[in-house]
Design a protein around this ligand. Structure first.
Ligand code: PLP
Length: 368
């Protein structure tokens, strides 16, 4: 028998979350953001659930090739544009749309030989200070692009730094509008947080760009949780107990003996550790489901195993032992949900990071 750990990708949940995002932006077209191998889910595995999108946005060229290989003929947008001149050949060949965020990318386009002009998304840095042209340089970039025979339609995009938090988007939106209001072309302003939280950004967006919401994680956890946004988990990480132990008062558990039993207790050892992508930073008390019942982890996460408290199951009269089902995040067969964001919070991080970090060694199955 193989090691019992397994991840499941929920196709119906991807489809439902896509609908939820559309509901927040009914007038906009929608890029399904599938960078980082679809946030760790696998491009091929999410394709069926997300193919109802109007386009796919990503940044690795090999991921764009994989989408074309799956048969996707619609728009694909490179969110960071090209990295070197020969990337433009692939854009021409595969019909990729690409972001233009700096002068060097315009230089590459100007030197590119193509029969088919490229659709580009000109990116403004409206305050995030990561990628994009400064507001006072955007028009010059637009004029340069407009003069190039290699360029077809020019769209405009920017990215908000605080769509999920108290600063909000007003200042950046004002900067964008001050420069772009009278420029022609389609606009794309909203990631998941802006799509769900900021109608003003959605109203200006011909295209919205949700990522995390499609994968059933709240973009603004812990202010809201995924269920509160009507989002369903798309990835479940589950395993089984491979041993149990009985601790006496004073017994310690695991590396560093960070947990000490204060009374006799039964614990389970689950076949999941940090080498599977479960964060080692999740300390004692991280929620976990055993046989669908909520309990907590105990002590340090090791490379291949972690310990769970069986006390709540015993109190409820739920039998648990070797072979019992353990859900690290996601949902159980009978619909019990443990949000990935909640687990992530115990490691001081976000659902994004956990799903992206699912380890290669974990077998993954897709469920309709
Ligand atoms: C990753 C990314 C998104 C999607 O962000 P989420 O927070 O996952 O919705 C949108 N736009 C750009 C430019 C991105 O890089």
């Amino acid at each position: 028998m193989p090691r019992p750990i397994q991840a499941t990708i929920h196709t119906a949940a991807l489809r439902a979350n896509l609908q939820r995002a559309r509901q927040a932006a009914p007038e906009s077209r929608l890029w399904a953001v599938v960078k980082a191998n679809a946030y760790g889910h696998g491009i091929e595995r999410v394709y069926d659930g997300l193919r109802g999108a109007d386009g796919f946005a990503l940044l690795d060229l090999d991921e764009a090739e994989r989408l074309r290989a799956l048969g996707w003929r619609g728009p694909i947008l490179l969110l960071e544009g090209v990295f070197e001149p020969r990337d433009l050949e692939l854009c021409s060949r595969l019909g990729l749309w690409h972001t233009v965020h700096c002068d060097a990318q315009i230089d590459m386009l100007a030197a590119h030989k193509t029969h088919v002009p490229h659709r580009v998304f000109l990116k403004m840095n409206s305050g995030m200070n990561r990628l994009g042209f400064a507001p006072q340089r955007l028009r010059a970039a637009w004029n340069r692009l407009d003069a190039l025979p290699q360029v077809d339609e020019i769209s405009l995009m920017t990215h908000f730094s605080d769509a999920d938090g108290p600063r909000g988007i007003d200042a950046q939106l004002a900067v964008f509008q001050a420069v772009c209001a009278d420029l022609p072309g389609e606009r794309s302003l909203a990631n998941s947080a802006a799509t769900l939280r900021h109608p003003a950004a959605v109203a200006l967006s011909d295209w919205v760009r949700p990522g995390i919401a499609l994968y059933g994680s709240a973009p603004d956890h812990p202010l809201h949780d995924a269920a509160g946004w009507g989002l369903q988990p798309t990835m479940t990480l589950a395993t089984r107990l491979i041993a149990t132990q009985t601790l006496e008062a004073g017994d310690t558990l695991g590396y560093g003996s960070t947990f000490t039993a204060t009374q006799p207790m039964r614990i389970g050892i689950a076949a999941c550790g940090y080498a599977d992508g479960y964060p080692r930073l999740c300390g004692t008390g991280t929620p976990v489901l055993v046989e669908g019942r909520r309990t907590r982890t105990l002590g340090r996460v090791s490379m291949d195993m972690l310990a769970v408290d069986l006390t709540p199951l015993e109190q409820a009269g739920t039998a648990a032992g070797v072979g019992s089902a353990v859900t690290l995040w996601g949902r159980t067969a009978n619909g019990e949900v443990l949000g990935i964001d909640e687990v992530a919070a115990h490691a001081g991080t976000l659902g994004y990071e956990l799903m992206c970090a699912l380890a290669q060694r974990v077998p993954v199955v897709c469920e309709a």
